[in-house]
Design a protein. Sequence first.
Length: 353
Amino acid sequence: MNKKIKVMVVDDSNLFRQMIMQILASQSDIEVVGYAINAYDAKNKIPQLKPDVLTLDVEMPGLSGIDFLKQLLPTNPIPVVLVSSLNLSVFDALSAGAVDFVRKPDMSKRNSKDIFSQTLALKVRAASKAKVRIGVQRPSASTPVTKTNRASIAFPSLSRTVLDSTIIGIGASTGGTEATLAVLENLPAQMPGIVVTQHMPEGFTAMYAQRLNRICNLEVKEAQNGDVIRPGLVLIAPGGKQMEVVRSGRNYTVQCHLGAKVSGHAPSVDVLFSTIAKNVAIRKVGIIMTGMGSDGAEGLLKMRKAGAYTIGQDKETCVVYGMPMVAYKIGAVCTQTSLDNIPSVLMQHLAGK
């Protein structure tokens, strides 16, 4: 018999605590071993309960979820799934080392609890297989940041031809919010147009784009239907919608629309990569990074067959080596490398080295 995933629920709201515990207890492969009403309670109970995964509310009285993570993970690297309302502090908690997050359900919306239940169980399963990394010190969501050239790697300038005649696609899931940031913050402001699909719910993608825009040299925004892909700009697929790359006159633009999930997701990396492969006649680069499942692997293979250069994140640096593993196994990846090395590999390719 497969061992059940032992989960501890940390939430100061009795209503949400009970809901989460009931949802998880109903799963045949998950066992709720206990709960905590705040971070201090959790610190006391973790040594006895020895959970495989924690679910954690970010906003709690006393010790916040973010400070709790900073104290917990260096000595107890337990995978943590955040359960949060629409709040910027989620990204600070992910930066502190949380594996993934789920948006709390809006009880006024139909099917919201059902969607939450399904998503929570999936995220807990993914977290149980995740590699916990100690958080990186970054400016908090509320700290003003001056946008200067902060890339830690010095790269030679790219020619105007390369900037204007290349499109870069990036796809990621579990662990990808920080992985994508780690790549983008080490790229110069002068880059070809970049399109990104990160599995993320509606509402959070706009905040995520704002966070990246504050930290990175590049301009970053949540994509809107009809946005032109251009040098120096990163477009993030909006949560809950599919994003495609299409030709529009002399330009390439994105189409963002409501649609069925593809490979289990909206937005889907497969949708993004497949449309780049089909519609983009200029130079193409595809990058697939950490994530559970296989979304993006088939699309990346289509890109490679269409002449694109493709990069996959390696097992050692993935939070979950799922999507890049499948892509590598089916022959979709030209170069597999570490997260830290992706910017260098990308820039060397663009510079023709």
